[in-house]
Design a protein around this ligand. Structure first.
Ligand code: BGC
Length: 605
């Protein structure tokens, strides 16, 4: 026994020693690789003209912003794709379009490759047919870092397959107020959970970074985007600097530690100061004390919206000079350097950061997309992970009268147009910026999933007309129609829009209640809604968030093939009053008791 123990510790010592020396070796290799990159960056920078440097600091769209030879003649550093004309019909055409632009960039004197960036925020969601994961709020409910890492790694593959090397994700906001239209883009209202999942997301997206199947990630929006007063997109965040440091910065710290390649500045102001021009936070804190050595990118039209060259002095390295901003930005920045308003050292620092990331990504060695990746878009292996994410994201808020699991042999009626529409179930940033109200290629709806697993008749009552003859249970799917950014704001202090279900959706639940069937409600939404009455009216109630392309994952849990695992990533408001008080004038008002606390969630067990 003694011998065994001794032998075990000796082996452990040996293993540790080996790890130590191999870790040391790895560390040494990393250091020397970094040194080599820094030397290359310095030598390239030394050869660059001011026009070339300003060019590197410029990001444009691949259509209206540029004409024929602009990529080369304006020395553009990066191309973005989001809403707008698609680069082509299929992935091969997307790649060809980007290859053509890359060739232009490589035809310049210094042949610096372009970075191609995309808003792939829950899968490569700009490409119809890609695997679409639950939005981050669903991943927050799943709370599983390994799963987040895998979803991010798949997003990276499918983004690379369509020609991109950079994604503007993850959003690491900490939403304090559900009135904000971007709550679903963030993982949770909890700093701790957000921080944990942020790390996993960066790891998944970036991997070793220089690999062909990984992309540069972006932690966004720096900082305070989710905690504006009354949840207004781009509004003012009036939190103390201690609060910002303790509650909002930790996910960024974690992202930097994981080596995140870029950080995007936020539209909001912090105590009245535009975040794009916030030198103390961008330069002193993020780049200074936190040690971030990557790219700070502006948000949309950052130059014309937030103080022109002031944003460069604050520490923005690359500007989305889109939608009419290109000429003014390039000439304005050049002039500002020439007249001394923007120091040359600031420009050099910005360009170094951009070149550094391009080297780290291996773009100088392989500037063109890998055509073999096209075959991986939307494959079953990827969808299986998305389906797992859907299953794990579901939060069971109520289950009375053994309403769930559904019996496979019992006749059921599925109610509402949300039940059979993958556009609705995926939310904003899916196929289009504002999402889609129609189903899209490759996705499976909730109804399809139910039909597939059921061993009895499934009736579909799309409009709630009441056709349910002989059914034992009704699965009613209700929710929010897709929105993105400020389109989803509930209306600031004015409360212009609803925090509740629409009247039509409320009626669906109410009318089925009186029919004597078991009523199971599935809520598709980007945030908790005030549904106190509807929860009372139903036997079972499931918060399904915005599950994405694999609607059948929901059916698998409803029928009990898998258990519920999700836990609330946000506390769930009881009344419209709660929404008002949660943040704003009564910040963290302790007198408000949520209907369900953060972390709540039932299971079959
Ligand atoms: C959003 C960003 C997004 C960018 C590029 C902005 O309006 O705030 O999150 O990455 O557009 O599409």
């Amino acid at each position: 026994m003694m011998f065994m123990k001794w032998r075990h510790s000796a082996i452990m010592l040996l293993i540790n020693a080996c790890c130590f020396s191999s870790c040391q070796q790895q560390l040494k290799e990393e250091i020397s690789m970094n040194e080599i990159i820094e030397q290359k960056v310095d030598s390239l920078l030394a050869q660059m003209t001011l026009e070339e440097k300003v060019g590197q600091m410029t990001q444009v769209r691949h259509f209206d912003d540029i004409s024929d030879n602009d990529i080369a003649s304006k020395f553009i550093g990066s191309v973005i794709h989001t809403q707008g004309p698609l680069p082509g019909k299929g992935a091969a055409e997307w790649q060809s379009k980007f290859i053509e632009l890359q060739k232009q960039a490589l035809s310049t004197r210094l042949a610096i490759p372009l970075l191609f960036g995309v808003d792939a925020v829950h899968g490569q969601n700009t490409y119809e047919g890609a695997t679409i994961f639950p939005h981050n709020i669903g991943l927050g409910a799943a709370g599983n870092p390994d799963l987040v890492e895998r979803t991010a790694a798949i997003t990276a593959i499918e983004a690379q397959a369509t020609g991109f090397t950079w994604v503007f994700s993850p959003c690491v906001a900490i939403p304090y107020n559900e009135k904000w239209g971007r709550v679903y883009e963030a993982f949770s209202e909890s700093t701790e959970l957000t921080t944990k999942l942020t790390k996993a997301s960066i790891r998944g997206h970036q991997g070793e970074l220089s690999e062909r199947e990984t992309v540069m990630a972006t932690a966004k929006h720096f900082v305070g985007d989710g905690s504006t007063d009354f949840g207004v997109e781009g509004g003012n965040t009036s939190l103390s600097s201690e609060h910002v440091t303790q509650r909002l910065l930790p996910p960024y710290q974690a992202a930097v530690k994981e080596g995140v390649g870029s950080v995007m500045a936020s539209f909001n102001t912090l105590d009245g100061k535009s975040m794009h021009a916030h030198k103390a936070l961008i330069t002193d804190t993020l780049k200074g004390s936190m040690g971030f050595d990557g790219i700070v990118v502006s948000d949309w039209k950052g130059y014309s919206r937030f103080g022109e060259t002031g944003i460069i002095n604050a520490g923005i390295d690359m500007v989305m000079a889109v939608d009419g901003d290109l000429e003014d930005y390039q000439s304005g920045l050049k002039e500002a350097v020439e007249n001394g308003t923007v120091p040359q050292e600031r420009i050099d620092d910005a360009v170094k950061r951009i070149l550094r990331q391009k080297y780290r990504l291996g773009l100088f060695d392989h500037p063109f997309p890998d055509t073999t990746l096209i075959g991986k878009i939307g494959i079953e292996e990827h969808r299986a992970i998305a389906r797992q994410a859907v299953r794990e994201s579901l939060v069971l808020l109520k289950n009375d009268n053994s309403a769930l699991p559904l019996k496979k042999k019992a006749k059921i009626v599925v109610v509402g147009e949300f039940a059979d529409n993958s556009g609705f179930q995926s939310g904003g940033w899916t196929v289009n910026w504002q999402g889609s109200t129609e189903s899209y290629k490759g996705a499976t709806t909730i109804l399809e999933g139910i039909k597939d697993l059921s061993e009895a008749e499934v009736i579909y009552d799309k409009d709630g007309s009441g056709n349910h003859e002989g059914a034992e249970a009704a699965v009613i799917v209700v929710g929010e129609t897709p929105y993105a950014e400020f389109f989803g704001d509930i209306g600031g202090e004015m409360d212009l829009f609803q925090h509740t279900l629409t009247e039509a959706h409320q009626n669906l639940i109410e009318s089925y209640r009186s029919k004597g069937l078991k009523v199971v409600v599935i809520l598709i939404s980007g945030r908790p809604l005030v549904t106190t009455e509807q929860i009372e009216q139903s036997d079972a109630f499931v918060a399904a968030w915005l599950p994405g392309s694999e609607g059948d994952g929901i059916a698998q849990v409803l029928f009990g093939d898998h258990d519920f695992k999700g836990k609330l990533p946000h506390s769930w408001p009881k009344s419209v009053e709660d929404y008002k008080g949660k943040y704003g004038p009564n910040f963290w008002d302790d007198s408000i008791e949520p209907l369900f606390p953060f972390g709540y969630g039932l299971s079959y067990r």
